[in-house]
Design a protein. Structure first.
Length: 174
């Protein structure tokens, strides 16, 4: 079976979505189990968020690569963890198609500098169904070890109420 969905333009029924979900889940589980992995890790998307009204990344809507949708469409839990920041992006542009009948997205060689800290990008962690505990351990260990998460500048420490009722800052907590 190459594609469990109805032909493009016709109604996509619930049965097609269920079959696609099961197929995607089995593929992930096969990779995890055959390779004795605890989790799968991938880059969420290799492209920055698209400019509003701008060209999509090579005609990919929302600048999301197709693999970005496999976890949620397979009914699998994913955890996105900050992995760093990008300070230079190359936004795609519209160019006239070779037959000169429409505009299509095309790569740009024009860099756009983003002020510090830049645009965030994330890693996606995914594990077997029911193994969310492992997933959270791996993702939180990566986040703690990489120290790549940067809180927003105007976001101060959260107040913590002690057992005696006094309020103190989490930044001063041991």
């Amino acid at each position: 079976m190459a594609d469990p969905r109805n032909p493009f333009g016709s109604r996509q029924g619930v049965n097609e979505r269920i079959m696609l979900r099961e197929l995607l889940r089995r593929v992930d589980m096969m990779v995890i189990l055959e390779n004795k992995l605890d989790a799968l890790v991938r880059l969420h998307t290799p492209w920055p968020p698209g400019l509003i009204g701008g060209a999509y990344q090579y005609d990919i809507v929302s600048n999301l690569a197709p693999e970005s949708l496999s976890g949620p469409n397979a009914g699998l839990t994913e955890v996105l963890v900050p992995a760093g920041f990008v300070t230079t992006v190359y936004d795609p542009v519209f160019r006239l198609s070779p037959d000169q009948t429409r505009y299509v997205s095309a790569p740009s060689g024009m860099p756009t500098r983003i002020p510090e800290p830049g645009l965030p990008f994330s890693l996606v962690f995914r594990a077997e169904p029911g193994r969310e505990d492992v997933l959270l351990k791996i993702a939180s260990a990566y986040e703690a070890a990489s120290r790549r998460r940067v809180p927003p500048p105007a976001f101060g420490p959260l107040p913590v109420k002690s057992r005696a009722g006094a309020v103190r800052s989490m930044a001063s907590s041991p």
